[in-house]
Design a protein around this ligand. Structure first.
Ligand SMILES: Cc1cc2nc3c(=O)[nH]c(=O)nc-3n(C[C@H](O)[C@H](O)[C@H](O)COP(=O)(O)O)c2cc1C
Length: 173
């Protein structure tokens, strides 16, 4: 590293600044050796349409990430604004997130979150280590959707994401 290298940002400042980037909220579900796992994330990003790829960034040690990588499959469950309790349940550290829940596969290979706004079933395409996170790229095998309003996350809090009522724009990029 050269003496001219600029100092890195303070991690809390980065977290607070990135907290200004509003996101939705999803639960990643998977199953390993017959045991279901799931965790709440907001680091979900669409990467490519041809081929269809998405990515999720997992904190090192996240049990769901380890199970997804070892089983090679996972489902992205995009939460509706009625599912804040689900988001909290699947974010509780050290808990069995599926405890007391009936498993619902809804035609997928791993259990899903019922009533989610969208289910995207993925095969693990690639795993990239990046700092204190593991980036998991998923090849999207199928996607189903339902109508509803999304759960948002902004400034470290759950929020509503409002629609402005104009016609959908068809962006090409
Ligand atoms: C809104 C929200 C977003 C989150 N996003 C992520 C994320 O993108 N990546 C991550 O590793 N943990 C994220 N977490 C924390 C995990 O949900 C939490 O650490 C979880 O308990 C880990 O799952 P595990 O018990 O399977 O290890 C988020 C939590 C919340 C409430």
């Amino acid at each position: 590293m050269s003496a001219m290298t600029a100092p890195l940002v303070d991690p809390m400042a980065m977290r607070q600044a990135m907290g200004r980037f509003a996101t939705g909220v999803a639960v990643i579900t998977t199953e390993e050796d017959g045991r279901p796992h799931g965790m709440t994330v907001n680091s979900l990003t669409s990467v490519s349409l041809e081929p269809p790829l998405l990515l999720v960034c997992f904190n090192h040690g996240a049990r769901t990430a380890e199970a997804a990588v070892s089983s090679g499959r996972f489902v992205v469950n995009i939460l509706s604004k009625r599912q804040q309790a689900i988001a909290l349940r699947f974010a509780a550290r050290g808990e069995d997130h599926f405890a007391g829940l009936d498993l619902d596969y809804a035609g997928h290979r791993v259990p899903v979150v019922p009533q989610a706004l969208a289910h995207l079933e993925c095969d693990v395409e690639r795993v990239v280590e990046a700092g204190d996170h593991t980036i998991v790229l998923g090849a999207v095998l199928g996607a189903t959707m339902r109508e509803g309003e999304p759960l948002g996350f902004y400034g470290g809090k759950f929020s509503d994401i409002q629609q402005h009522g104009h016609e959908p724009e068809h962006w090409f990029f």
